[in-house]
Design a protein around this ligand. Structure first.
Ligand SMILES: Cc1cc2nc3c(=O)[nH]c(=O)nc-3n(C[C@H](O)[C@H](O)[C@H](O)COP(=O)(O)O)c2cc1C
Length: 318
């Protein structure tokens, strides 16, 4: 059920549809639009300096009176400052990722903040539960952006997390329509975190070239790059071809990190460099057929989910 479950109660939302925190994509406009339409919007702090994060939080507070949250990648060197801004501005929900879930969690729990951590295997899920996280996002290898080196698919990861944990599981990776939502709910998830599909909406701050590439993407147009240096899924382009060749030829993690540099994501997602940028997107890009506004997309996801659920309740033979 998308409504009235542990996730909707924990996060105080109508539908357990969460818009993923995404660098260069999910600022206050996207997050507030999702929250105003019954889901949970997340501001992606991964591409923001502390002052910019503060600006996005205050704008989001003006744009919506519904729940919203912040995604904090724990590996950021200025994570302490990002957390300070989050606490100062009285944010009530934090999704942590890319790092140890126990780092800094006490400061968040002391302030009664709901903490959800992104995991890519069962051991990480157990760890998140043991340090006090209220829920986990299980992110399969279908997902856009950086992902786990175990390369587990949602089909195997989600049910194993559900079996191992007492806290609720949110599924992420490859979910672009209501069929995907229904499928992960059947695996035991109590919510979905959706990235790529929300990146290709009107309110997303991604460059039009990025949205167009997602729109045009076929089933096999994404690739995993940088397996030895922070693995990520992106749309295939000149940059990914070069990196994959370097990896095949045995380049070290150091050389690969040098090739990646610090501006590739900005270049691809925000500045729209089709050849040289890193256009992070998931396998679900192949299912994206339009660039709707958030209200239309959320209504459609719910309708499709309900249609599929009805089909299971009343199967026909034709
Ligand atoms: C463009 C883009 C940027 C992302 N940036 C982040 C990020 O800053 N922090 C994070 O935890 N995950 C990030 N992710 C992963 C998402 O949070 C989410 O888990 C993932 O997109 C779900 O898979 P999907 O893209 O198939 O829906 C990003 C994904 C994309 C597509």
């Amino acid at each position: 059920m998308l409504t009235n479950n542990r996730i909707t109660k924990l996060l105080r939302i109508d539908y357990s549809i969460i818009q993923a925190g995404m660098v260069w994509v999910s600022g206050w406009k996207l997050a507030s639009a999702v929250s105003n339409n019954g889901g949970l919007g997340l501001i992606g702090a991964g591409s923001m300096k502390p002052d910019l994060l503060r600006e996005h939080i205050t704008k989001c507070q003006t744009a919506t009176h519904q729940s919203f949250g912040v995604n904090l990648p724990l590996l950021r060197s200025d994570i302490v400052d990002l957390i300070r801004v989050t606490l100062d501005e009285n944010v009530k929900i934090v999704f942590t990722s890319a790092g140890h879930p126990g780092r800094h969690i006490d400061k968040l729990l002391e302030r009664d903040i709901k903490v959800v951590h992104v995991v890519s295997n069962v051991k990480q899920g157990m760890k998140a539960q043991s340090v006090g996280c209220h829920a986990v996002v299980g992110e399969g290898i279908e997902a856009g952006g950086h992902n786990g080196t175990d390369e587990l698919t949602n089909f195997t990861l989600v049910p194993q997390l559900v079996d191992a944990l007492d806290i609720p599981v949110i599924a992420a990776g490859g979910i672009s329509d209501g069929r995907g939502v229904a499928a992960v709910m059947a695996l035991g998830a109590e919510g979905v975190q959706i990235g790529t599909r929300f990146a290709a909406t009107v309110e997303s701050s991604a460059h039009p070239n990025y949205k167009q590439r997602v729109l045009e993407a076929k089933d096999n147009d994404t690739t995993l790059v940088l397996k030895r240096a922070g693995m990520a899924r992106m749309i295939k382009n000149k940059f990914s071809d070069e990196v994959n060749k370097m990896e095949f030829d045995g380049a070290s993690a150091e050389i690969l990190r040098e090739k990646l540099g610090s501006k590739r994501e900005r270049l691809g997602i925000f500045e729209g460099s089709i050849d040289e940028g890193m256009m992070e997107a998931g396998q679900g890009a192949g299912l994206v057929k339009d660039i709707p506004d958030v209200a239309t997309l959320i209504r459609r996801l719910i309708n499709e989910y309900e249609q599929v659920s009805l089909k299971f309740q009343h199967p026909t033979t034709d």
